[in-house]
Design a protein around this ligand. Structure first.
Ligand SMILES: Nc1ncnc2c1ncn2[C@@H]1O[C@H](COP(=O)(O)OP(=O)(O)OP(=O)(O)O)[C@@H](O)[C@H]1O
Ligand SMILES: [Mg+2]
Length: 278
């Protein structure tokens, strides 16, 4: 399978006013395959958002390269191609919604791409339906719940027909039901073959990933399948991260000599393992 995103020896340094420097990304090499669902975790300041902005060409590398579908983000004339190919969804839906009516907001991206009006209409309709917010199409966004607004923002990105979407903590400002709405939507986009890079602080959102990447101090500290990563409970604690509650429980029960695996990731798995002990 070919790469959707590739970074090579990527370094990014913020240069402040009085010339103070922070190296936020340190020699990071990463490949994300087409169709892959990658979750990035890491404590505050580990460089996750900086990496996301480098992928979306909002920032350009201080050293090294970023390729989006084989396009070098340094190539200015490819900028809109890159942004269309790899869309980005941020934490705060209010900062992403620009129009006063939902369907107009979703139309904004395809309009900017120069798509003809009948096709814009079709894309808007499809995207709103895919995100389950079609019935809200004539509403002003400010009347929607956080979860609904965020789904409208995602629909706006989807209407540009991206191959990849980078989510930077899309659920951080939502209540639990809003979080579920958005995560169900993300799952669905993955099923449709869209490459997903999902940055989150919620460990339970990481368990369905194809691959979990743990960042620490601008580098990749750990990566692998969710089970491999979350079974390293001590290492994750060292990195200042939580482990999903149910994984901790399985770890502790296992330590106490109870015969269940110590890397259980979901409640369903826990239930089926416990039932086997009866
Ligand atoms: N605009 C900026 N100017 C200077 N330094 C910055 C800027 N943005 C981020 N940094 C620094 O770069 C480092 C990485 O920040 P970044 O926002 O990428 O981390 P993060 O992993 O996304 O954190 P969080 O989990 O809090 O969102 C931090 O040390 C941060 O203070
Ligand atoms: Mg961040």
């Amino acid at each position: 399978m070919s790469n959707m995103i590739e970074t090579k020896g990527l370094i990014f340094e913020y240069i402040g006013n009085d010339d103070d420097r922070v190296t936020a990304v340190k020699n990071l090499s990463l490949n994300v395959k087409k169709g892959e669902f990658v979750v990035i975790i890491g404590h505050n300041g580990s460089g996750k958002s900086t990496l996301a902005k480098l992928i979306n060409a909002i920032l350009l590398p201080s050293k090294g390269k970023v390729y989006v579908d084989n396009m070098d983000t340094f190539e200015e004339e490819k900028l809109w191609d890159i942004r269309q190919r790899a869309g980005m969804v941020f934490q705060n839906p209010d900062n992403q919604i620009v129009a006063t009516i939902v369907e107009e907001d979703v139309a904004f991206g395809p309009e900017n791409l120069g798509i003809d009006p009948p096709n814009i209409k079709k894309r808007v309709e499809e995207s709103l339906k895919a995100l389950g917010v079609y019935e809200l199409r004539r509403k002003p966004p400010h009347l929607l719940s956080g979860g609904q607004k965020q789904r409208v923002a995602i629909a706006g990105v989807l209407a540009m027909k991206p191959q990849c979407i980078i989510f930077d903590e899309p659920t951080a400002m939502l209540d639990p039901s809003g979080r579920n709405e958005v995560m169900d939507a993300v799952e669905k986009l993955k099923e449709e073959g869209i490459t997903i890079i999902h940055i989150t602080h919620f460990m339970d959102e990481a368990v369905y990933a194809d691959r979990v990447i743990v960042m620490e101090d601008g580098k990749i500290a750990l990566e692998g399948k969710p089970k491999d990563v979350f079974s390293k409970v001590e290492k994750l604690k060292e990195l200042g991260l939580d482990v999903p509650g149910v994984t901790l429980l399985s770890h502790s029960l296992n330590k106490e000599g109870i015969n269940i695996s110590k890397d259980i990731l979901t409640v369903d798995e826990m239930v089926s393992e416990l039932c086997q002990l009866l």
